[in-house]
Design a protein around this ligand. Structure first.
Ligand code: SIN
Ligand code: CO
Length: 408
């Protein structure tokens, strides 16, 4: 099948993309990144795949057989046989220029972003036809690749030619396109797809995530200590009301009445609506599995302020994606909202990789600015002496946590 124009964008406009394609339809975006040059090469990728803490795989099709091996790798010779692909997850957490690729999709919120997976594949290779649960933009680096994408269907035949490979047995494509360097393809969840390398190539998959409601609940309960402050115990001074008159009692002792179930569910909802639950949700959403880069020798607040005063930039580390809840401006619609309670407390909170950072709410806009930028260059000059101290102490905390760093 030939690809219809509807699926090929010559010009990319985020607004049209969100309206027509995001989570709805796949598309090829021609020259998504004009003049694209690869920030890494296959040797850098192989280097990362040797590291214990990096998630990597090599998939090959050799002499009619699929093979898949999980990293880390010491020896590539045996596994890189036939038509092979090396895939490395989370490269954005290690390499700044790869992390910067996510800037191309900054119209999608940070908390939806998962990682940038980079693959290198030799001519003729591919990981087979499959579906994924998440949205992805695949940017074509050097080389070229043919991508076929189909529509979601419940009855695709699933095959597993190797325990680590979950493939489908073919699909009808609505996109069949050869991506050149700088082009990208957007694939929504559950759309079957298959890449076939036409000349040795690098691909950058900017991947997103979306929790199920159960995953959200499980994630929130990991912050039990925060939540415990908002917990209340079930009580039923209204037991008579809940179960009916004693002398006319119809319900057996074994039964849990509908009213009791409603009261129990409402009490869970009250917990979820608390400011503490909001903090737990945001902590969970901010998790990124960043490498541990806490400083061994912590810097003092004075050292950090001296650096900034001397004009030494403090850079945001690769992969760091802070998030915060939007604030409401005396808006009656939001007046009862837990996030406004947090504002009313005079504290601005933001979250990085599951950790919460706090500062006086008067510095909220300053902090929003600095966390959006690649580097802190100076101390903003409109701060009072007290605010300056608070600002430097926050920057010190961020540097000591490894989320911002000073170049040697
Ligand atoms: C690849 O880069 O080879 C695989 C990307 C994908 O199909 O999700
Ligand atoms: Co895929």
């Amino acid at each position: 099948m030939t690809t219809t124009n509807k699926h090929i964008l010559d010009v990319f406009d985020p607004q049209t993309f969100l309206q027509e394609y995001w989570q709805k339809a796949p598309c090829v975006i021609k020259q998504f990144i004009p003049d694209f040059t690869d920030p890494i090469d296959e040797h850098d990728l192989a280097g990362l795949a040797q590291e214990e803490e990096v998630d990597s795989r090599i998939v090959s099709f050799n002499e009619g057989e699929w093979q898949a091996t999980q990293g880390p790798f010491d020896d590539f010779e045996k596994v890189c046989a036939g038509k092979w692909t090396i895939l490395v997850q989370g490269v954005d957490r290690y390499i700044n220029e790869v992390s910067e690729l996510a800037e191309q999709v900054k119209f999608i919120p940070n908390w939806r972003f998962d990682d940038v997976m980079v693959s290198y594949s030799v001519t003729g290779a591919g990981v087979g036809a499959h579906t994924d649960e998440y949205d992805v933009f695949i940017v074509q680096g050097k080389g070229s690749r043919r991508w076929q994408v189909g529509l979601p269907k419940d009855n695709y035949k699933h095959i597993s030619p190797h325990p680590l490979l979950k493939l489908i047995d073919g699909f009808e494509s609505i996109i069949d396109y050869e991506l050149q360097t700088g082009d990208a393809i957007y694939i929504p969840p559950k759309h079957p797809h298959k890449g076939q390398t036409l000349s040795d190539c690098l691909n950058y998959s900017i991947g997103f995530r979306a929790p199920t409601n159960l995953e959200l609940l499980q994630g929130v309960f990991d912050y039990g200590e925060t939540l415990s402050e908002a917990q209340t115990r079930y009580s039923d001074p209204n037991l008579l009301e809940l179960r009916g008159q004693v002398n006319a009692l119809k319900v057996s002792g074994a039964e849990v009445s509908n009213q009791e179930l409603t009261q129990l569910k409402n009490s869970m909802l009250a917990l979820l609506e608390s400011a503490q639950a909001q903090q737990a949700i945001l902590s969970f959403l901010s998790r990124q599995a960043l490498p541990d880069s806490k400083l061994e020798y912590v810097l003092t607040c004075n050292e950090v302020s001296d650096l900034l005063v001397a004009g030494k930039p403090i850079y945001k580390a690769p992969g760091v994606k802070p998030i915060y809840a939007s604030t409401c401006k005396n808006d009656t619609l939001h007046a009862q909202n837990a996030k406004c309670e947090a504002n009313a407390s005079g504290i601005f909170q933001f979250f990085i990789d599951g950790e919460v950072f706090e500062i006086d709410a008067s510095l909220a806009e300053t902090v929003k600015d600095i966390i959006a930028q690649d580097a802190i260059l100076t101390c903003p000059n409109n701060l009072t002496p007290i605010q300056q101290t608070q600002f430097f102490s926050l920057v010190t905390e961020l540097v000591n946590a490894g989320y911002w760093y000073v170049e040697e």
